[in-house]
Structure formats: C-alpha cells, structure tokens
Design a protein around this ligand. Structure first.
Ligand code: CAA
Ligand code: NDP
Length: 298
C-alpha cells in the first residue's frame, strides 16, 4: 500500500534497465533497506550490473562509509530478472532504460498489465515529457519523474517532476522515498530536460562547439572549466561520463520541445555518436579510455 505517501509504505522497488543509472539506483535502494528487482533485456547486462554494484559497495566499505554486513545485506536484497512479470509485486517501478522515447513508451506499455493497481511508475528520464510518458499508461496519476544524478551512490540530488496528472499521494510517496534513499529533492516542472539538464547539457554542447571551432583543445577546455569555475570534471570529461548518446538525445529533446535554434546539437557531438564513440561506456569519446589514464583525443 503506497497511497499514504509515507516512506515505509514502499518496500519492493523495481528498476528497469541495468545500465549505469539502473545499477546505481538498485545499489542505493538496497542499501536503504529496500528490496529490489532489477530487470534488463540482456542477462549479460544484469550480471555486469551486479558486478558493478559489488565493486562500488567494496569501495564504500574500504572508505568506512558502509559496513561489511550492510554490504552483504544490500547485495542479498537485489534480485535480477529478464521478464517484465517479475515486477508484478513492486510498490514502485523506476524505469531507467536508454533515453529514447519509443523505448520508454514500449517499456511502459509492456509493464502496466503486470502491475498491482496502485503501483507507482517513476521514470529516470533525463529530458522526456513525464506527461507524454504517463499518457501511454493506464494510470497517469501514478506516474512521476524521479531523476537521479550520476553516480547515484555519490550524488545527493533527485529531481522530482510531476506530469500534468500526477496526484499528491504519488508526489508525496516519491519525495519520501528519495529522502529514505538519503537524497535531497528539487521539484522541477515538466518542461524539456527539467532543471539540471536544461542548464548542464547546453554547456556540454557548447564545449563541443568550442572544440569543433578550435577555441581550445580537449585538455584546455576541461582545464579552463575545472580550474576556472571549480567544477569537479570539465564539460567534455563530464559528457563522456554521462554518455555522449544521452547528451545528444537530451539536446534533441530540448531542440524539439523548445523550438529554439540555440539548442541545436553540435555537429561534432553528432559525429561522435554516429561513430559509436559514446564516452567511457565505449572506451572512446572526447577522451580515449584504453589506458589507465584517459588520453585527450584532440
Ligand atoms: C545527465 C543527467 O541526466 C543528470 C546527471 O547525472 S548530470 C551528471 C551529474 N554528475 C556530476 O556532475 C559528477 C561530477 N563529478 C564528480 O562529482 C566527481 O568527479 C566524482 C564524484 C564522479 C568522482 O570524484 P573524484 O574525486 O574524482 O573521484 P573519487 O575520489 O574516486 O570519488 C569521490 C568519492 O565518490 C565515491 N565514488 C565515486 N564513484 C562512486 C560510485 N560509483 N559508487 C560509490 N561511490 C563512488 C568515492 O569512493 C569517493 O568517496 P569519498 O569522498 O568518501 O572518498
Ligand atoms: N548517464 C547519466 O549520467 C544519466 C542518465 N539518466 C537517464 O537514465 C536512463 C538510463 O541511462 P544510462 O544508465 O546512462 O544508460 P545506459 O546506456 O548505461 O543503460 C541503459 C540500459 O537500458 C537497457 N535497455 C534498453 N532497452 C531496454 C528495454 N526495452 N528494457 C530493459 N532495458 C533496456 C540497455 O540495454 P542495451 O545495452 O542492451 O541497449 C542498457 O542496459 C536514461 O533515461 C538517461 O537519460 C539520468 C541521469 C543521469
């Protein structure tokens, strides 16, 4: 029962998509004492996600942030599955698959027949309209944006985005869940890319323009922004970290949704994605990750 909006009302969390965000969400949820069912189409993605979660928990144990017994308990609370029906008993399902609207709508349509009547559907989309995603479900009032930041175990923010039909009980339950997971929430309205990515991704896109136009090299641009504006990563390094496919997808949502040419994706960014140079996850983006120390490519 989740209708009262209390943190304790949610006990079983489903996560769809076992990529970098899905594994981070599963990690933090399990560490908060929640039971987790993590699904992905590919069994190899699930095995890789469990290995990553184990490694990141080890890192937290070494730092003294997590005890060995909490690590073991957290891993024991995560089960994996390839079939959607495994999510049937979840109180909330958090969709964290690839940032493409047709993928997300197909997932949601496949999901709803399996769910309990009052289960919440949250999406970790970085940019896509919550209202539009909710409209393909049987329960737009129970659909909400729950936008975690990468890396999920480290970053403190969750953006919460209501669709036009999202009800107060759903909003309250998700705010409480984020708090239980140790996160601080910021509420954003349902406009393209919400708050964080409305500001951040155009900056990364502009850094790609600066690179394309020869304003600076990869190292110069990242050093300038790191030391000049006190950001932990330069914009090109951060683009590689997020995934250049995801950055481009967000720019396209901004361009389509806002209809303003200031959001045009940088042609160099487009070319990198077309080449399959997606950043860290493919070992090549603005940097080459083949060696232990990433090497700038331009
Ligand atoms: C695209 C979207 O839709 C929205 C987004 O997410 S936008 C992206 C938002 N994220 C950012 O902007 C990240 C910017 N980068 C950073 O904050 C930092 O570079 C970073 C936290 C990623 C790494 O920091 P770092 O100092 O270079 O590395 P490192 O020392 O290894 O890590 C810092 C801490 O995080 C921990 N950590 C890093 N990655 C971790 C992970 N995946 N799991 C668990 N812990 C992790 C480390 O153990 C370390 O912990 P302590 O502070 O307790 O020592
Ligand atoms: N990267 C980031 O910094 C952030 C990303 N996000 C958002 O989180 C979501 C996931 O991003 P991220 O984790 O980076 O992406 P990844 O590419 O790392 O992971 C996406 C995962 O979803 C899987 N997938 C694709 N289609 C389906 C499907 N139909 N059913 C189940 N799983 C599927 C992919 O499998 P396969 O590899 O086989 O395609 C992959 O394992 C996106 O919406 C993104 O915008 C939000 C905050 C930050």
């Amino acid at each position: 029962m989740v209708a009262d909006g209390s943190a304790d009302a949610i006990q079983l969390v489903g996560v769809i998509g076992a990529g970098q965000m899905g594994n981070g969400i599963a990690h933090v949820a399990a560490l908060s004492g929640l039971d987790v069912v993590l699904t992905d189409l590919r069994p190899e993605a699930l095995a890789q996600a469990l290995a990553t979660i184990g490694k990141n928990l080890d890192r937290q144990v070494q730092k003294g942030a997590v005890t060995e017994s909490d690590r073991t308990a957290a891993l024991g609370r995560i089960t994996t599955a390839s079939e959607t029906r495994a999510l049937g008993q979840c109180d909330i399902v958090i969709e964290a698959a690839t940032e493409r609207e047709e993928i997300k709508t197909a997932i949601l349509k496949d999901l709803v027949p399996h769910l309990k009547p009052d289960a919440i559907i949250a999406t970790n989309t970085s940019s896509i309209s919550i209202t539009r995603l909710a409209a393909v479900t049987d329960r737009p009032h129970r659909v909400i944006g729950m936008h975690f930041m990468n890396p999920v175990p480290v970053m403190k923010l969750v953006e919460v985005i209501r669709g036009i039909a999202t009800d107060d009980a759903t909003f309250g339950a998700v705010q409480a869940l984020a708090t239980r997971m140790g996160k601080t929430t910021a509420v954003a309205e349902d406009y393209p890319a919400f708050i964080v990515n409305r500001v951040l991704i155009p900056m990364i896109n502009e850094a790609a323009y600066a690179l394309m136009e020869g304003v600076g090299s990869v190292s110069a641009i990242d050093t300038a922004m790191k030391l000049g504006t006190n950001q932990p990563m330069g914009p090109l390094e951060l683009g590689d970290f997020i995934g250049l496919d995801t950055c481009l997808a967000i720019m396209r949502v901004l361009q389509d949704g806002m209809g303003d040419s200031k959001y045009r994706p940088c042609p160099l960014l487009v070319k990198y994605v077309e080449a399959g140079w997606l950043g860290r996850k493919t070992k090549r983006g603005f940097y080459d990750y083949a060696e232990a120390v990433p090497r700038p490519t331009r």
